[in-house]
Design a protein around this ligand. Sequence first.
Ligand code: SF4
Length: 275
Amino acid sequence: MDSPPKIPVSWLARYIYCPRQLFLEVVEGVKVAEDSHMVKGTILHDILETVFNSDRALLIKVTQAMIKPEYETLFRDKYLDKAAEVITRSLPRLRKVGLSPAQVLEPNIWLLGEMAVRRAMQVFTFARTFGVYSTELVERIFPKFQTSVFLESEKLRLKGEIDLIERYQDAVVPVELKSSSAPTSGVWPSDQIQLAAYLMLLGESERVEKGFVDYLASQKRVQVELNPFLEQEVWRVRDEIIEMIEKRKVPGAGERKNRCRDCGLNGVCFGKSTS
Ligand code: SF4
């Protein structure tokens, strides 16, 4: 007998954001056209994934003779190169929404520079403390980065791809990257449930206690710790999604909320633009 289909973790977050939007897209197959905001977010995401994936190639270049500013230059130049590479690859998508490459690169130069300096200092301190360079540095340094890690579980009936796993000597830490700003305190409910689900999935094979949401627009890393209440919430939302799909229960549009103003489906829900 076939096992029941698994629910993508991203659907939990989308359900929390707007159940009707998830229903219209997943059950009814209504397509939302990508807007410039979505394209900017996805490209930033791709840039960061490419940057983290270049870590090993950069560490191999670290030599004993290098001084501190050279570490910073090495990382900053590579991060900007990688960003330019991703943006060039994305030109057709940019054109579709009327964005120029500069409109994507310029707002992120500062962020990439900060990240490069932070990683350069981590690497410099580690290399000098332990006297390891190049391939030996690659083998020994922490944290190590793993990007886009696919996780699934028959038992949890969930599947999904976590953005980043940081591996330290004594801890495994899942991280979700968000191009948006952080709320004034904690994390957005949709981000919390998404990370909680990844913690549960990862927890099936590893000892994991907490994860983080990195809000890139506000340069803020916020911790999420798994607890029984949060686990219950994951079950509840997962079961509601399964019921919504199986019974084709269409959630109502309710009142127009702020989120409806920018939603590509507001014409479907309200018949005309809310903006
Ligand atoms: S317009 Fe509002 S209610 Fe309709 S799908 Fe979009 S966010 Fe949901």
